[in-house]
Design a protein around this ligand. Sequence first.
Ligand code: ATP
Ligand code: MG
Ligand code: MG
Length: 555
Amino acid sequence: EGYNSLNFIEQIVADDLKEGISQKSLRFRFPPEPNGYLHIGHAASICLNFGLGEDNQAPVNLRFDDTNPIKEEQEFVDSIKNDIEWLGFKWAKECYTSDYFQQLYDWAIQLIKDGKAYVDGQSAALMAEQKGTPTTPGKASPYRDTPVEENLRLFEEMKDGKHAEGTYVLRAKIDMASPNMLMRDPLMYRILNKPHHRTGSEWCIYPMYDWAHGQSDYVEQVSHSICTLEFKPHRELYDWFLDQIIDPDKLRPKQREFARRNLSYTVMSKRKLLELVQSKTVAGWDDPRMPTISGLRRRGYTPESIRKFSEVSGITKRDSVTDVSLLEYCIREDLNKNATRVMGVLDPVKLILGNYPADKTEMLIAENNPEIENSGSHEVPFSKELYIEREDFKEEANSKYFRLTLGKEVRLKNAYIIKGESVEKDVNGRITAIHCSVDLDSRSGSGTEASMRKVKGTLHWVSIEHAVKAEIREYDRLFLDEAPDSHEEKGFMEFINPDSLNIVKEAYVEPFLQSASIDDKFQFQRVGYFTLDKDSKADHLVFNKTVGLKDSWAK
Ligand code: ATP
Ligand code: MG
Ligand code: MG
């Protein structure tokens, strides 16, 4: 990688190396809160942090930021680990902020003793009111000058469960007139009588993010603590807390910020994704319409496509929205190179070859992937009665129509050239069967003169006798609005697309697909890319449509 291809965070690290920080002291972390599943926004942070680790041969910790027992669960811890591994990254150490609860408590005692922290017994509303506004100084709490001994006693009582939730908090004593509101005596601890998914009921006071995060970075000796832009005003507090406890012989972590990744036509915060799950708007965190890593995986996305998306959408200093069609472009490119080519008919109409023997089955050869050399091939059975797509036939059409019509020839993929002869219809005029003749000398790959004949159209098909019935799930955007959570008058739930899922109950696919495994990826020729869903059973195949062959958005 050339110098110029570094993003600005990579550049900060490169500059630090130039200015003398040793390569050996580089260390990074990815710090999810286990309060939901990871989404495509997190992938930006994962690729950035683990990418920095790879480029600098430096360790990257996975740190669970588990300071809020109300929202955190083991299920989320497990899914997060699974998703990061699936993306192809390995963490050096699995860490938990909760592992530092005792250390954080000890440091808090030290701050109290140094006169830098105090217990406040006022209501949250009153404390908020005293904070003032950015342009007017705040008012000191009457607890601000409580003697150290009294603070120590109250804080211990808080820890020992002697006080109810909401009665007392521990605050840092900084500056009630600071232009940075976060510096106006921020909270360090609150009382929560909630069991924690790791520490059980050992603690009933829990550290606030600002108090826990920087100190955790310090404990782990993280050199660069990279977070998103909304934490920029927190940097001053991050540094203040470090100043209170730092040993000058140890590495001092530094916080740097980059812009969150947003994606059009979706919401990205875990709280909102949880709402979609809990309201049953989607089938779960891994619903293929979700922007979660697990949803994208189930939809048919590959780790490579998500990493590629992270690379091309870049790391920026200002908030922006990436078009979801870029994500789709990344998976389409990947699947075009790697997906096995098969045939499936989603809206079948019967086609009968008049001059083909009724009792004959031919096994034709289908190349697995023309994009890959020596990708091999598989067999496709061919017989007298086939299904083709209903939309691939018109009784009459102009000369620009290259599909099947009466009196004109098309090729059946990997098979023969056929010609439309007549149709059968039901009482409503709907076509029930198309009768064709077949040029028996024209089989693809047979080397005959007839097989080389050029005809304009090529159609996909399946043999009725051999085809396997399958369920196909097609997806559209989950939201009708480009930025569903940007409206002041309306909540994001009001922009849900009611037609985001379309289930095709009776599609027919070639029998080769019966041996597919969950997550296998295919190009259904002329239709799109599909992956076998986890709901599949041996006698009931279910495919998710990952993405169409072309950018349907631009059309
Ligand atoms: P959410 O609102 O989705 O819960 P969060 O920031 O609270 O987001 P965390 O679990 O704390 O979620 O995130 C872990 C890491 O991933 C943090 O460093 C965070 O800054 C980063 N991150 C989260 N969302 C995005 C995003 N959309 N783009 C880039 N990085 C993100
Ligand atoms: Mg967070
Ligand atoms: Mg959050």
